[in-house]
Design a protein around this ligand. Structure first.
Ligand code: MOS
Length: 696
């Protein structure tokens, strides 16, 4: 049997997807289904004085209008899932008259058809006592993040080293709020049978939806069943369980029928999380020969008033480069918004934008090639923990990328390369993302007919979980892909961590591997004992992070190179070329890895050049909550990308030696583009996105 791991197996679920037979959350058909439409708060902060429902209720087909006035008081038992902020308490939907943010769900209209519900939702009249919401990043009162990531870190004395540095840079960067904007909207169908609740919900974390609903409604966990076989993109927005999922269940119980809720594109900007607005100041000190002597990186990000969302914004500066004196300082500003959440390389994409731009500014200051500057500061170990890296191939990534983009063409002096009316620039940035592995379980059934079923509660938002798990199982069981069926996306299946943080293959893949090994030995034992094959062999295994995580620093690394062209008169930025070189351990499926890396790079281009959620600071309204005005890259924005995976063997990270790709491929893109724009124009844009008006 040839090995499938490492082979470019086409997606095993591709036929289902291209023929429309892959069923997404909103598409499950249930008899007697009613439709619900959420009414969103039209003030940014305040109190609801009145909910007038008689006009809505008198419309044909309307079954109910539910607000805090008639919604049941729910138990809302404490529940902190893996991705819920440790400080604060989630929004309790329809439980009181308070409005915490613009667009907060304040009522829900249920009707026979979607059209009837939409129409009636516009007839619900709300009166508010409104207050002015506050948006005060970065000056506002800050709080220290707790649990998880340190608020303050230091080794050596960065201030003193900065004062003594031969050369230094001091730069401030701004990243606006960004929204995930997957193609599939959030959607939930809820059905009650007595005390038993079934939900079809778009999620990256099937077990957690069941946990959350059990907590909210005070149910036995065994009485909640979540089904989500397919996810149409998510980028982090479906990691947590948001209020609309609870609303669907409230509505279904209220009308005694199954109810479907689908968020509108606009509601996706208000009802679910987002990448927080971030202010960062980076100060670097170095010798004139390029060795870093001091690094001080401060970050301030927005959060809601009811929860402290924290992410690994300032993790990378602590280990990325060799430097004796390092300080990081991370603060949050609570403001009148809903809680931010993980989005496309959370923390790392934002933090590395600032660090990698600052490295470029330092390279310019020192008149040292930016690739060279990074090579000169390559650390031997993780200096923040004093442990070796399990593997680290940043140097090879930088060298390979420089060759592939023909870096030798780059001129140190900005504006020196020109083609007609276009200024040409080349930029580089390093990338990194930590390799996660958490406890995961999987079950294997070897059937008497020689086929196998792999069962685990994982999700697949696009990277190809169905396919990679198939490949792992095939190799371990000695079966061809057509004899292996992977079943995922169901909370009744063996428990897994969230499908996020690039950890699915590392965590769930390891569990599938373990379950297959155990099923195989059961099969061999049975063969040795001479027993006739009659019954199914079932093996369930749980796999968890090993002690190696304490002895090694585990991260994937990469290098991103961008070539841009900037119109001399109009400031238009066109991407000419991008090369991403990644060292992410073993690549289980090069076809899917390539596709995922390209996707990540495209997301990074959005962050660099287009994406920005505009908030009207008078009332908290988002003025571009749609895909016409919130710009994301289209095909015309994207040239051919070169995504390269280095051969990297890492015996420590997990039994498969995989590191994850999804997040890594976003990181560094925005900085590489910003650095290329500087090289082209001599203009240093420190606030994203890099739009033409900033270049004029
Ligand atoms: Mo990713 S932001 O962990 O879905």
């Amino acid at each position: 049997m040839s090995r499938l791991i490492g082979e470019p197996l086409p997606r095993v679920d591709a036929p289902l997807k291209v023929t429309g037979r892959a069923t997404y959350a909103a598409e499950h058909r249930l008899p007697d289904l009613a439709h619900a439409v959420i009414v969103s708060a039209a003030v940014g902060k305040g109190r609801i004085l009145e909910v007038a429902t008689s006009r809505a209720l008198s419309e044909p087909g309307v079954l109910a209008v539910i607000s805090h006035l008639n919604a049941p008081r729910l138990p809302y038992r404490p529940h902190k899932g893996w991705i819920d902020p440790t400080v604060g308490e989630r929004l309790h939907v329809l439980q009181d008259d308070l409005v915490h943010h613009w667009g907060q769900p304040v009522a829900v209209v249920v009707a026979e058809t979607l059209e009837q519900a939409e129409h009636a939702s516009r007839l619900v009249e709300l009166r508010y006592e409104a207050e002015a919401p506050a948006f005060t990043v970065p000056e506002g009162a800050t709080v220290e993040p707790q649990g998880g990531y340190p608020a303050n870190y230091s080794r050596g004395d960065a201030e003193q080293a900065l004062a003594a540095a031969e050369r230094a840079v001091d730069c401030t960067y701004l990243i606006p709020r960004e929204n995930h904007n997957p193609i599939e909207p959030h959607a939930t169908i809820a059905r009650w049978e007595g005390q038993h609740l079934t939900v079809w919900d778009k999620t990256q974390f099937p077990p957690n939806v069941a946990d959350e609903l059990a907590a909210v409604f005070g149910l036995e966990r065994a009485n909640v069943h979540l089904i989500c076989p397919f996810v149409g993109g998510a980028f982090g927005t479906s990691l947590r369980t948001w209020p609309h999922t609870t609303l669907a269940a409230i509505a279904a119980r209220h009308v005694g029928r199954p109810v479907k809720v689908v968020l509108t594109r606009k509601q996706m900007y208000f009802g679910t999380g987002f990448r927080p607005e971030t202010w960062q100041r980076v100060r670097l000190g170095a010798r004139s020969t390029g060795e870093l002597t001091a690094l001080k990186h401060e970050g301030i990000a927005e959060t809601s008033r009811y929860e402290n969302y924290i992410e690994g914004l300032l993790n990378a500066p602590r280990f990325m480069y060799s430097c004796p004196h390092v300080t990081t300082r991370y603060r949050l500003v609570p403001q009148d918004v809903h809680t931010p959440t993980y989005m496309r390389a959370p923390g790392a994409a934002s933090g590395m934008f600032a660090l990698e731009c600052a490295m470029d500014e330092l390279a310019h200051e020192l008149q040292i090639d930016p690739v060279d500057l990074r090579l000169r500061n390559e650390p031997k170990i993780d200096e923040s923990r004093n442990v070796p890296f399990s593997s680290r191939s940043l140097v090879e990534c930088l060298r390979t990328g420089a060759e592939r983009i023909r870096w030798h063409r780059r001129r140190a002096e900005p504006g020196a390369l020109r083609e007609g009316n276009w200024l040409v620039g080349l930029g580089v940035a390093s990338a990194t993302y930590h390799t996660l592995r958490n406890t995961a379980s999987a079950r294997v059934r070897l059937r008497p007919d020689g086929t196998a079923v792999i069962e685990t509660a994982a999700a697949d938002m696009g990277p190809g979980t169905y396919t990679s798990l198939t490949q792992i199982a095939c190799d371990e069981l000695g079966l061809p892909p057509e004899k292996v069926q992977v079943v995922i996306g169901d909370s009744n299946l063996p428990r897994v961590p969230p499908h996020g943080g690039s950890q699915t293959l590392s965590s769930v893949g390891s569990a599938v591997l373990a379950a297959c090994l155990s099923a195989r030995s059961a099969r061999e034992e049975r063969a040795h004992s001479g027993a006739t094959v009659g019954s199914e062999i079932v093996a369930t295994e749980t796999s968890q992070a090993s002690e190696a995580a304490k002895r090694y620093s585990m991260h994937a690394f990469g290098a991103v190179f961008a070539e841009v062209m900037v119109d001399v008169d109009l400031g238009i930025v066109r991407l000419a070329q991008m090369v991403g070189v990644y060292a992410a351990g073993r690549i289980v499926n090069p076809r899917l890895a390539h596709s995922q890396a390209i996707g990540g790079m495209v997301g990074g281009v959005g962050m660099a050049l287009l994406e920005e959620t505009h908030i009207d600071r008078r009332d908290g309204r988002i003025t571009n909550a749609n895909l016409a005005e919130y710009l994301v890259p289209t095909n015309a924005d994207i040239p051919v990308f070169d995504a390269v995976f280095l051969d990297e063997h890492d015996p420590h990270v997990n039994p498969l030696g995989v590191k994850g790709i999804g997040e890594l491929s976003y990181v560094g893109v925005a900085a590489a583009i910003a650095n290329a724009v500087f090289n082209a124009t001599g203009k240093r844009i420190r606030d994203l996105p890099i739009t033409l008006e900033k270049l004029l």
